[in-house]
Design a binder for this molecule. Structure first.
Ligand SMILES: NC(=O)c1ccc[n+]([C@@H]2O[C@H](COP(=O)([O-])OP(=O)(O)OC[C@H]3O[C@@H](n4cnc5c(N)ncnc54)[C@H](OP(=O)(O)O)[C@@H]3O)[C@@H](O)[C@H]2O)c1
Length: 280
């Protein structure tokens, strides 16, 4: 029997791919987002009951990050509402090396519902969809922690794992750590993107203090600066974060996408080579 599945963040980096894959398999899916109908808004718990009505399984991607103040309370309230609404299983997207995210995982694990936890490393797509895209387009990336090595994971792999664990109960009660197959420093990433896109992109190592100051000068919102500061000071080089996991292969029976493949595929989209506006 097919289940009704709610994908919270169903238009986001992993959620939209989960939705596409489930729809392709003819599974009934509901998108959870502020723009969806019925709408789902993390800031408005009054929207949750409608979004959960008739739903059996939920893929939860929290906004903006499980580490932010208020996330734990939101996850507690959502799991309580899910239980009341008759949901059977929760799949939580969590972050590797985030103590606050682990507290949210525990709430899901103690909810009384079936669950699977997906604990992902930093996404490869942060270089093409969010955080690091603007400096790449500007041709100059300045970042702290130049020696930190990250096993970037591709969001296509996360989505494949999310779909598999949503549909297959043999993954109930599991925590999967998802990483890519290699470790990369920021400088290595930028050098590779520069070569593959044929654009000159400089990399400059700076201190975390300089980086935070620079974000403030660029009018980046305070909440976002708090999150960046947290990610760079507590998560990036946290113990165990530079450890490569084999859980993608365990779950999917195939190797994870390597970072060079992500770069090759992304070059083809043109996101790193936008058309230069021509003078009239
Ligand atoms: N980026 C990483 O490297 C990384 C690594 C590990 C874990 N994670 C975790 O992944 C999760 C998702 O992060 P992401 O950066 O990839 O975001 P994302 O999924 O790309 O976020 C966008 C999605 O969230 C929805 N959304 C935004 N604000 C919302 C709100 N107030 N209420 C309901 N929906 C809202 C958007 O739809 P609407 O605009 O229509 O509402 C859209 O569907 C986070 O919890 C993060 O901790 C991220």
């Amino acid at each position: 029997m097919k289940n009704n599945i709610l994908v919270i963040g169903g238009t986001g980096k992993t959620g939209r791919k989960v939705v596409e894959k489930l729809q392709h398999m003819n599974h009934p899916v509901r998108i959870g987002s502020r723009k969806a109908t019925p709408s789902f808004d993390w800031e408005k718990p009054s929207t949750w009951e409608n979004a959960l009505e008739g739903i059996e399984k939920v893929y939860i991607t929290f906004q903006p990050d499980l580490a932010v103040p208020g996330a734990l309370e939101a996850i507690k309230s959502l799991t309580e509402q899910a239980l009341k609404s008759g949901v059977k299983k929760l799949v939580l997207l969590s972050g590797k090396g985030e103590r606050e995210a682990e507290l949210c995982e525990e709430v899901v694990m103690q909810s009384g519902l079936d669950y699977t936890i997906i604990r992902a490393s930093w996404f490869s797509q942060n270089f093409s969809e969010t955080f690091f895209l603007d400096p790449i387009l500007a041709g100059h990336v300045a970042l702290p922690k130049p020696d930190a090595k990250v096993p970037y994971v591709d969001t296509n792999d996360i989505a494949d794992v999310a779909v598999e664990v949503l549909l297959n109960d043999k993954h109930n009660g599991q925590i999967y750590a998802l990483t890519g197959p290699e470790l990369w420093t920021f400088e290595e990433v930028i050098t590779e993107i520069s070569a593959a896109s044929g654009r000159e992109i400089q990399f400059t190592p700076i201190s975390l203090e300089e980086y935070i100051k620079m974000l403030g000068e660029h009018q980046v919102p305070t909440d976002y600066i708090w999150l960046i500061n947290y990610l760079f000071s507590n998560v990036l080089d946290a113990k165990g974060n530079n450890v490569i996991s084999h859980d993608i292969e365990r779950v999917l029976g195939r190797k994870p996408t390597d970072f060079r493949k992500y770069i090759r595929e992304t070059v083809k989209t043109g996101v790193w080579n936008p058309p230069v506006p021509q003078p009239n």
